[in-house]
Design a protein around this ligand. Structure first.
Ligand code: NAP
Length: 683
């Protein structure tokens, strides 16, 4: 008997006392491992996550968490050959394995990078700007995100045992939530290996990642208000989880990524000799055959104009005929088996159901294989059906395998209406070179889909394809697809966090958020803040400049020097007729440039560079003779991990002689952590 898979629970590896159920190689039917979670103390796992993993994770800033994700991604990259070797037993070809293993690792890298670039080096995220709630500016509101002191339970489908785990783990980890991962039993041996590699690395704080190998048991019974469940799998299981008492009444958040009848639409503008025709056919065949069609994003419905159906079916058949099916160990095989015989039975049942309103136009169940035993391996050759007019089953039945149904439409409106009959899907694609078709179809599809791909000759070369969820884009769909949303860059992190509206005085808000808030006290220590290193600077440190009078000569000089001779700066008569200015005004950029001249401390010092300006607004025109001054205040200090400098965001307010705000913006600078510079900085 092969080894029984172990769970990683409460700081140690747990082995069930019974013999468990066998897990079989998808192609050969040989036993790969056995699985059981009998006797697993899921309550202890939840406690361990809450009491050990969560606090350790939340003591780290987003940047520190991101650095761990990056280290983890590197660690797994160095060991991916081991994962690749085992992946073949799930029925995956090397192309399928790349999507699962390398795609999962890529997702970690992507989140590591997003975490540093788009989240603060802090544990709180501000959402949106300050809301002034009273006339005097002493009562303000700010939305902020904080980490929940709970547990993220992640239940995954069998088709992506590595990517499925990592794409859920990475955002939850950045959000400060410890994860309990429960892979689908069928392919859990691959997830178990990845978790072993992660645990052995020692990179993640203990308690941040635990694994349930086998049934979930009473895991959901242990969850409460601050906990969440992210589920990927069938609509049937999603229904069971939705009815769990802790979800219904106990405040446990449930996110669902369920089955989905995705479609691809051939635009009415496309002719057989257009490049878009080939792109369309190629896309459908790829989605039918990658992972043997066991992808939640695969194209199940192929929507084409009535007049094109024959040509499309012919072209699909020609391409599919070249797809070799068999044991993925054979390098000449392009499509491996389904994950198991049980799955194949399910797909065959699905095809039978489809036949009520569609007929098979390509493919014969059980036709010849390149190699492999059709009795022991879960092989299935691709099938194309053509739906009859008014067909209903293709919009209801999801055969989770290499099966697609061609359906015809008459006009863009009908194409959109047919797509919507899937009752909400993860992804749709439209292949068209006509911008009007693209607009009508995309705006029609968008409310029904989480992602829409518009494919044509211009983006095809770089396109990542219909079926690939990307870490930076939202994955999930409305309605039948589950209504959940994952990934999408930082959006996926914020889903796990609590948004709270905080109402307070500017000083209190500054203390709470660690970021200076308009209206809060400023501190002028007499030392120019540009002379202070990151270690010495404090939020609220400020410098107020002397005034400078802007002359007509300044404006004329700036116009000539820069070439910006817009009439409002150069032509008094025309400027007088301008309804906003009523006369010559200074260039906005002149005002900003003069302001820099007013606040800059010129000598070499800890401020190393200005790397941008955010939120620049010109509020009041500046005319010749006006005197402007500027107040610069430290708003936010973000040390960069691994660098000897950090970012300082300064609040800048330029005012005129009447105290009116002329311009407001944030100045972004890089400031040395210590000063005088270390030898490395000087080099
Ligand atoms: P499934 O049978 O629903 O199983 C999904 C997961 O739920 C497995 O880990 C399973 O564990 C677990 N599970 C089953 N019953 C449970 C219960 N009562 N309590 C807690 N967990 C339970 O789906 P599947 O057959 O693995 O996957 C195929 C389906 O997933 C297809 O319909 C496909 O469309 C969908 N899918 C969707 C997405 C997406 O992102 N939207 C991605 C991939 C797949 P066991 O394996 O141990 O039973």
């Amino acid at each position: 008997m092969s080894a029984i898979l172990e769970s990683y629970a409460a700081g140690g590896w747990f082995r069930a006392a019974d013999d468990g159920e066998p897990l079989l190689d998808a192609a050969t039917g040989e036993e790969v491992a056995r699985i059981s979670s009998r006797g697993l103390d899921v309550a202890a796992m939840v406690r361990h996550a809450r009491d050990t993993g969560g606090p350790a994770l939340r003591s780290l800033t987003f940047h520190e968490r991101a650095a761990l994700l990056k280290a983890l991604a590197k660690h797994l990259s160095e060991r991916k050959e081991e994962l690749h070797a085992l992946s073949v037993r799930t029925g995956a070809t090397s192309r399928d394995t790349m999507i699962d293993v390398d795609g999962g690792i890529g997702t970690l890298f992507s989140y590591a990078s997003k975490g540093v670039r788009e989240l603060p080096n802090d544990t709180v995220v501000l959402d949106g700007g300050l809301e002034r709630l009273g006339r005097g500016g002493t009562f303000v509101g700010q939305h902020l995100y904080t980490s929940r002191p709970g547990v993220a339970v992640q239940i995954n489908a069998f088709n992506f045992p590595v990517w499925g785990m990592l794409e859920k783990l990475a955002p939850a980890f950045l959000a400060g939530l410890p994860s309990i991962v429960k892979p689908a039993s069928q392919t859990a041996y691959l997830t178990e290996l990845a978790v072993r590699q992660i645990i052995e690395s020692g990179i993640l704080p203990e308690g941040v990642l635990q694994l349930v190998a086998g049934g979930a048991g009473g895991l959901l019974d242990e969850l409460t208000v601050q906990d969440s469940v992210a589920f990927t799998g069938s609509a049937h299981t999603a229904g069971i989880l939705r009815r769990h008492l802790n979800v219904l009444d106990g405040g446990v958040l449930l996110g669902v990524e369920a089955d989905s009848l995705n479609c691809s639409i051939l635009g009415p503008d496309v002719r057989p000799d257009d490049p878009e025709f080939d792109l369309f056919v190629k896309g459908v065949v790829t989605e039918m055959t990658v992972k043997a069609g066991q992808k939640c994003t695969a194209i199940r419905r192929v929507l084409v104009p009535e007049t094109m159906a024959g040509q499309v079916i012919e072209a699909l058949a020609a391409r599919l005929a070249k797809v070799t099916v068999g044991d993925p160990r054979n390098p000449d095989v392009r499509m491996g088996p389904l994950a198991g015989l049980g799955q194949r039975d399910e797909v065959r049942k699905g095809v039978e159901a489809l036949r009520a309103s569609a007929e098979v136009v390509y493919g014969v169940p059980g036709s010849s294989l390149l190699d492999g035993d059709p009795e022991r391996g879960a092989f299935m050759t691709p099938l194309v059906l053509r739906g009859r007019s008014g067909a209903t089953e293709p919009h209801d039945v999801e055969p989770f395998g290499p099966v697609s149904t061609v359906l015809t439409y008459d006009g863009v409106e009908e194409a959109v209406a047919l797509a919507a009959r899937g009752r909400g899907s993860l992804v749709a694609s439209v292949v068209t070179h006509d911008p009007q078709v693209a607009r009508s179809v995309v705006l029609g599809l968008a409310p029904w889909h989480g992602r829409v791909l518009v494919l044509d000759r211009d983006d095809a070369k770089e396109s990542t394809g219909h079926g690939s969820p990307l870490p930076v884009l939202v994955h999930g769909g409305p309605g039948r697809a589950g209504g959940g949303e994952e990934l999408g860059g930082v959006r996926g992190v914020l889903h796990h966090m609590q948004r709270t509206a905080v109402q307070a005085s500017p000083d209190q808000l500054t203390a709470i958020t660690g970021r200076w808030t308009t209206g809060a006290a400023r501190a002028d220590s007499g030392v120019h803040p540009f002379r202070k290193s990151l270690a010495e600077l404090r939020v609220g440190d400020t410098i107020g400049s002397a005034p400078r009078t802007v002359s007509l000569a300044d404006i004329e000089h700036f116009a000539e020097f820069t070439g910006d001779t817009f009439y409002a700066h150069t032509d008094a008569a025309a400027a007088a007729r301008n309804p906003l200015f009523g006369g010559i005004v200074a260039h906005g950029y002149l005002v900003v440039s003069l302001a820099a001249g007013l606040f800059v401390d010129p000598a070499p010092g800890p401020v190393l560079a200005n790397f941008g300006v955010d939120g620049l607004r010109f509020l009041t025109p500046v005319k010749a003779g006006d005197a402007i001054d500027v107040t610069l205040t430290v708003k936010q200090i973000t040390p960069r991990s691994g660098a000897d400098y950090g970012e300082v965001r300064w609040d800048a307010v330029v005012t005129n002689q009447d105290g009116q705000a002329v311009a407001t913006y944030d100045v972004l600078t890089l400031v040395a952590k210590t000063w005088p510079a270390t030898p490395a900085q000087e080099a």
